[in-house]
Design a protein around this ligand. Structure first.
Ligand SMILES: *Cc1c(COP(=O)(O)O)cnc(C)c1O
Length: 356
């Protein structure tokens, strides 16, 4: 039987994880050297004097229900950033293995790889085809005889270009890289795309890993809560590499509150409102002289090619608005990324750009 763990760092496969204090809510805790008293103002349900439950069962169950996967396929962590870091650490030997990224894309993949001492292979998206992924080229690169690529990061919808990667292309990639590399699909913005994402395909592709987060559509960026969805063996492996009490109890409680079924409709309405604003703002931006192109977006932001990005940034700042300068990515000269805000903020930005 082959397993996705054949790709993992061999030196970590038999790692004995730190043995955290037993979680037994029915018993009183004299085993973890905690304070028996809460400090003044500690109104958290679990009490901040206690260590949190590692991989809290209630939260895992809620996330599994939300993403429609089995609970053993869910690893909860401090945002998808932690999942990116764990994947690179678990699968890439320092000074030996590599990750593949498709720029222009989210910067954390490269940073996590560099910290781990993994090489970074870049296979740019095809700008002339709406920043689409050249899956055949990626597969060929990973399958090359000297390839040490262990993790391929695919961001869909991609940050900062906003386009969705065709699920059929991702499936093809998973198949082509089976037994060779993990395909990590970062779906931080999938809720804004009107498509369900790849979670339903997990049972068919053991090398498929999906990164989801509560930071964007669930308005919980400050709580730092995200999930990695993948093969149960992979989830169990990465869980052993994680710090024992990774998720703080206030974050667990905040996530559980937001994921209450009674709040579902309200959240969906907000995502819908952002998607509608995105359409309105994109149309209005496209008519502005300082904007050369508005790229189509399936996320909660727009990528703009500007005539003069510097002047647009300045005009926005004069109106009290901060935009993301993405010109450092060589594929994006004169481009800015604009998050969809409230209608009032969006109007203020449109007005400011009109005057450039
Ligand atoms: C915002 C973002 C994340 C970060 O998510 P956290 O869960 O807040 O760590 C991950 N991936 C992409 C592409 C993002 O834009």
């Amino acid at each position: 039987m082959t397993s996705v763990l054949d790709l993992a760092r061999p030196d970590l496969l038999d790692l004995q994880p730190y043995r955290h204090a037993r979680w037994a809510p029915g018993l009183e805790r004299l085993h973890a050297n905690e304070s028996p008293w809460r400090s003044a103002g500690d109104d958290f349900a679990g009490g901040l004097n206690r260590y949190p439950e590692p991989q809290p069962e209630a939260l895992i169950a809620r996330l599994a229900e939300l993403y429609r996967v089995a609970a053993e396929c869910v690893l909860a962590g401090r945002g998808s950033d932690e999942a990116i870091d764990l994947l690179v650490r678990g699968f890439c030997r320092a000074g030996h293995d590599a990750v593949l990224v498709c720029p222009p894309t989210f910067g954390m993949y490269k940073v996590a790889a560099k910290i781990q001492g993994a090489a970074v292979i870049e296979m740019p998206l095809q700008r002339e085809q709406g920043f689409s992924l050249d899956a055949a080229a990626v597969a060929e690169r990973v399958r090359a005889r000297d390839s040490r690529i262990k993790v391929v990061f695919v961001c869909s919808p991609n940050n900062p270009t906003g386009n969705l990667v065709d699920p059929a292309v991702i499936e093809h990639l998973c198949e082509a890289l089976s037994g060779r590399a993990i395909v990590a699909v970062d779906e931080a913005y999938i809720e804004f795309s009107g498509t369900p994402g790849m979670a339903g395909r997990l049972p068919w592709f053991p090398n498929l890993v999906i990164l989801r987060t509560l930071s964007k559509a669930y308005a919980l960026a400050g709580a730092r809560c995200g999930a990695l969805l993948g093969d149960p063996a992979l989830v169990e492996f990465l869980r052993r590499l994680m710090p024992p009490y990774a998720l703080p109890s206030p974050s667990i409680e905040a996530a559980l509150a937001v994921l209450e079924p009674s709040r579902r409709a309200g959240l969906e309405a907000r995502v819908q409102a952002i998607a509608e604003e995105r359409g309105r703002v994109a149309e209005a931006m496209a008519r502005l002289a300082p904007v050369r192109k508005v790229w189509p977006s399936a996320a909660n932001f727009l990528l703009l090619d500007c005539v003069d990005a510097e002047r647009c940034l300045q005009a926005a700042a004069d109106a009290g608005l901060l935009l993301r300068d993405v010109r450092r990515q060589p594929e994006l000269p004169d481009a800015l990324r604009v998050t969809i805000g409230t209608p009032e903020q969006n109007d203020r930005l449109l007005h400011a750009l009109e005057s450039v």
